[in-house]
Structure formats: C-alpha cells, structure tokens
Design a binder for this molecule. Structure first.
Ligand code: SF4
Ligand code: SF4
Length: 350
C-alpha cells in the first residue's frame, strides 16, 4: 500500500492555522508519542543571516501538542563542518537564543547533540554500497522517538534539500558529515579568482592558500564541505564534476537509512514556505523561487520528500540549476533501492 503524505495548504490560512490543521488531521502520527517518551525534534535554525528557517512560534505548536500527551519533547541540532556560528555548541546556542529558540518561546529546551566541539561521534555498522559504518552523536544512537522538521530549499551541492538531507547530513556527527562530503572536491578557476582571500579565510581545514597570485586548493586537506563555493562572490570555485558525482547524494541517503533504521517512532514534516535557491546556511533575505505551498507530513521520509518536490516543481525542476546539479533525482531513485522509503505515495489534502 502506498504511504500517506498529508498536505495542509497555506492558501486562505495563516501559518499557524496551516500547522494546526495538519496536526489535527494527522493525529495518528503524533499519538504514538506517549507519556514519558523523550521526543527529539530535529531542525535547523540556519545561519545568522537566514530568515526562512522554521520559526520558534510554529515549533511551539508541535511542542505543546506533544506535552499534552505527556511526552517530553526537546529540539536539537548538530554542529556543522564549515565556519560560522554553528561550528561549536557555545556559538551555536548563542545564535539560537538570538533567533528566539529559547525555552519560553519554544516551550522546551534546545540542545546541540554532538557536544561543545562536535566530537561526540559513535560508529554504527551498516552495509551499503558506499558506506559500511555511520558516525552519529550518542544521542542519535539511543534515540527512540523522532520528529523531523525541514524547511525546503535549494542547495548549492545537492540541488534539493528537505528531510532526507536534514536526517542524513544533519543527524550525523561532524566526522560523519565529512565522510559524506569527501567525494566533492572543488577547484579554483584562476581566470575568475581576484585573490580576495574570502575562501582562504573561511576554509575550516586551511586547505586553501595563495599560489602565483591566485587561490589554490590542496585536495589532500580538503574535506569537501563546500564553504569555499558558497563564499566566493566571483564564481571562481566550482565542483569537480566527474563520473562519481552522484556519490555524495548516495552517501547521504545511506546515512539517512542507517540512522532511521534504528529509531522506533518517527514522523517527518516538510515546510514548503519561503523556498529560496540557497539553503538556510547561505541564504539571507533572498527572494522565493516558488510560491508558498504549505506543510507536508508523513511517516515515510522518501514519500514526503518526493511529494513535496512534485508539488513545488509541477513538472519543471526548479531545483536543477544546470545540467550537472540534478543529483536529487538520482538520490530519490537510489534511496528507494536501498529501502529508505517509497517513491509512490497517496496525497491526503487537509
Ligand atoms: S573567494 Fe574566490 S575570488 Fe576570492 S580568493 Fe577565493 S577563489 Fe579567489
Ligand atoms: S577547500 Fe575543501 S575544506 Fe576548504 S572550504 Fe573548500 S570544500 Fe571546504
């Protein structure tokens, strides 16, 4: 039987009503979180400039719903591998508080799962084509109840970013994130490089230096985080596309499958609101690339991401910026092959 994907449209409703309607209609998803259960709500607050992230007031509606059932919800994220305020838990938490992710506005604590420096990393065995072990924070290893809230955006490396990315990349430890990125090695196009120094300053691995008046990447040091691509304003850094260009997408799907296979109760929500070309790590107050659609929910992460994608793209893939950046479509097919979920779904409009 095809998995259900609930959809609450934003037309004629405000965001609060849209979410409340979804929670009411998909109540059976949330009734599995019972008295005393510690429910981790995975989401990201985005970087300092981002504005499209899911706001604490919306998260609180879900938190209150869970608390009425006697559950003990908490919101969590992990540290990132590129430079910025989310690279360690102290700066990350301070940024979260500045953006309103405080206990009084959320109704529950906000925590960073992988310790102050992102070093909490446990290895778990898996058996996929590219990855034989995944690395996750100890919290993820013992977690039994999970709700994933994802703000849909485009993405500089994966094309389309929604729940699979939020779990596969976002619930991995920093070591796990590096493994997933390791096939993506950017190169400098010297003709465009002005030696502004931006990438040299922002590379977390000090892999970039000056060579003959241009930036140069030492590929042995590079972990493929993509920070240099994001920060170059001159289009001088690009991915070295090669025949393994889909491996990044496959690894992410493998991580998501490995992580979720151990978690007993899980629900995924995609927010198709304020969808921008870049993700919340890069985007500031950028224009939307598509009209707001609403909020989706499912127990099947792949069905959810595919249903959201189908509705937003409506036959025209707005997330493929060029011929190369279409690895999300490969990821859909690969994810179904390895058992992450179903590409077919039944859309239930509420
Ligand atoms: S950010 Fe771009 S222009 Fe500036 S040094 Fe790096 S590659 Fe060159
Ligand atoms: S050179 Fe590699 S490690 Fe450094 S910012 Fe670029 S992708 Fe990240």
């Amino acid at each position: 039987m095809e998995p259900e994907v609930y959809f609450s449209g934003i037309k004629d409703r405000n965001r609060t009503e849209c979410l409340r309607e979804l929670l009411k209609s998909a109540d059976s998803y949330f009734s599995q979180f019972t008295k005393g259960s510690f429910v981790g709500i995975k989401m990201t607050i985005g970087d300092k400039k981002s504005t499209g992230y899911i706001k604490p007031e919306l998260v609180k509606i879900l938190v209150e719903n869970l608390k009425r059932r006697g559950a003990k919800p908490f919101v969590f994220d992990t540290n990132v591998i590129y430079k910025g305020q989310r690279q360690n838990s102290v700066d990350h938490l301070n940024l979260a508080y500045q953006k309103g992710f405080t206990p009084d506005r959320l109704g529950c604590p906000y925590i960073i799962a992988d310790s102050v420096f992102g070093t909490d990393s446990h290895t778990m065995k898996v058996d996929f084509k590219n990855i034989k072990e995944i690395r996750v924070p100890s919290l993820v290893k013992v977690m039994e109840d999970l709700i994933v809230l994802s703000h849909i955006t485009g993405h500089i490396m994966s094309g389309y970013a929604a729940s699979i990315k939020n779990v596969g990349m976002g619930m991995a430890s920093r070591a796990g994130k590096q493994v997933q990125h390791s096939s993506m090695k950017p190169v400098i196009n010297s003709a465009n490089c002005t030696l502004c120094g931006g990438c040299i300053e922002n590379c977390p691995e000090s892999a970039i230096s000056e060579l003959s008046g241009k930036a140069f990447i030492n590929s042995r040091r590079c972990v493929g985080c993509g920070e240099c691509i994001a920060c170059c304003k001159f289009g001088a850094v690009s991915i070295q596309w090669h025949e393994d260009e889909n491996i990044f997408a496959e690894r992410m799907a493998e991580y998501a499958t490995g992580i979720l296979s151990r978690i007993k109760r899980k629900v995924f929500l995609n927010f198709a609101l304020d969808v921008t070309e870049e993700c919340d790590c890069i985007s500031g107050n950028d224009p939307k690339i598509v009209e707001d659609a609403g909020i989706f929910a499912s127990r099947d992460i792949l069905a959810l991401d595919k249903a959201s994608f189908d509705m937003l793209t409506n036959g025209k893939d707005i997330f493929s910026r060029d011929e190369k950046l279409k690895m999300h479509r490969h990821q859909f097919e690969y994810a179904e092959k390895i058992g992450l979920g179903s590409l077919n779904y039944k859309l239930v409009k509420v």
